[in-house]
Design a protein around this ligand. Structure first.
Ligand SMILES: Nc1ncnc2c1ncn2[C@@H]1O[C@H](COP(=O)(O)OP(=O)(O)OP(=O)(O)O)[C@@H](O)[C@H]1O
Ligand SMILES: [Mg+2]
Length: 378
């Protein structure tokens, strides 16, 4: 059982800063996922941990040992890549056995360990085949087997499922998670797929531009995003963001929406800021704020329906049919808002119709224009 700790890791390539004071701590047996957009520095983190890239600055500890100066082979870390990197001329058995042979493990033990891991991964019937004679999903399993066969202290995976089709990805996601639970290996898993991250991780670290934006469990990341970037990155369809201005009047605050006016919609209409939100905004000095709301938290109001909270008017501009439910897009002047879980048979929701929307004030996230979260008193 081993912990992994990365402290103030910085990596520069010439004038490109791939990582900036990046810190992370993974407890023993934990499955941590690093999530972030392309180019944000995910692979660089993993390569530094594995010893394949030298950090410009910062420290890496495996257990209590500082490993910055240890060569890759002495770090006892296993890595699985996106492209499997199997040896094409070796059969499955030899591919899996390879790391043990390199370590001059006794033949009897090699035979036993390969048999065990092959059975665990359900590839024991493929041991005599070459990589070109097995499927993509099976190749991925062989790559996992080769990484796990020598029982590494740390398991690193860099987008291991991105070459698989959607169905296989979902299956392998579950299998990798089960395998990790069973073996209890401390794991750092990289993806830019938020569904993968949410479903597999004990904890998620969300990265952007070489920096960690937030690190906590999936539930907290979804319900309590630290900033607008995290809020926009987690959740499908993504959170809606509406820019609005604050108008302060004695004892009350109003929203007016920043986008231009187009007749029937809500701009230039002053919406009273509900009390709970106004508490959050009373010490806030800037004039413009970003209001965030998840598509599932926008209600479509019936004609004349009373509603406590924010009320908006807009025009249905698109319906994305997903079978039992639809995602509606409603245009509010220049902004638009997405609403999920919409009944596709609802008469109201035909394109061009005017609809009233209600947003429960407790479901609203507030951000500064720069994207920082406004938390208010509580
Ligand atoms: N060898 C290198 N030389 C110069 N710049 C590099 C090198 N490797 C990576 N970079 C840059 O560092 C940044 C981070 O790259 P990295 O590969 O870590 O991103 P990533 O998050 O893994 O992206 P992806 O999701 O596309 O794999 C990028 O801007 C990239 O262009
Ligand atoms: Mg990468």
């Amino acid at each position: 059982m081993t912990t992994l700790r990365v402290k103030d890791l910085t990596k520069r390539y010439g004038n490109v800063t791939a990582l900036e004071k990046f810190s992370l701590e993974i407890s023993s047996g934990e499955f941590m996922v690093l999530l972030g957009p392309s180019g944000c520095g995910k692979t660089t983190v993993i390569r530094c941990i594995a010893g394949l890239t030298n950090p410009t600055d910062g420290e890496i500890y495996i257990g209590n040992e500082l490993v910055n100066d240890l060569p890759p082979k002495d770090r006892d870390v296993a890595m699985v890549f996106q492209n499997y990197s199997l040896y094409p001329h070796m059969n499955v058995y030899d591919n899996i056995a390879f790391p043990l042979k390199m370590r001059k493990t006794e033949r009897r033990e090699i035979v036993e360990r390969v048999a065990n891991i092959a059975e665990l991964l359900n590839i024991d019937h493929l041991l005599n085949r070459k990589p070109r004679e097995i499927s993509g999903g099976q190749m991925q399993r062989v790559a996992l087997g080769r990484a796990l066969v020598r029982k590494p202290r740390i398991f690193l995976m860099d987008e291991p499922l991105s070459n698989l089709d959607a169905k296989l990805r979902t299956d392998m996601r579950v299998e990798i998670k089960k395998l990790q639970r069973k073996l209890q290996i401390t794991t750092l898993y990289i993806t830019h797929d938020q569904v993968e991250a949410m479903s597999m991780a004990d904890n998620i670290g969300v990265m952007d531009s070489g920096k960690l934006q937030q690190l906590c469990n999936p539930d907290e990341i979804y319900n309590n995003p630290a900033n607008k970037f995290v809020a926009s990155f987690i959740g499908m369809p993504p959170m809606n963001f509406l820019e609005c201005n604050l108008v302060r009047q004695p004892s009350q605050i109003f929203f007016t929406f920043a986008s231009g006016s187009r007749g029937t919609t809500h701009s230039n209409v002053m919406l009273k800021v509900p009390d709970t939100l106004s508490d959050r905004l009373c010490n806030f000095k800037e004039q413009t704020i970003i209001l965030g709301v998840r598509p599932k938290d926008v209600q479509i109001l019936k004609r004349d329906q009373d509603f406590e909270g924010l009320k908006l008017i807009g025009e249905v501009s698109f319906m994305e049919m997903l079978g039992d439910e639809s995602i509606a897009e409603v245009r509010l002047d220049e902004d638009s808002i997405k609403i999920s879980n919409v009944d596709p048979k609802s008469e109201n929701m035909t394109i061009g119709n005017e609809v009233r929307l209600g947003i429960n004030q407790n479901k609203v996230y507030l951000f500064t224009k720069a994207g920082n979260r406004i938390m208010g008193e509580n």
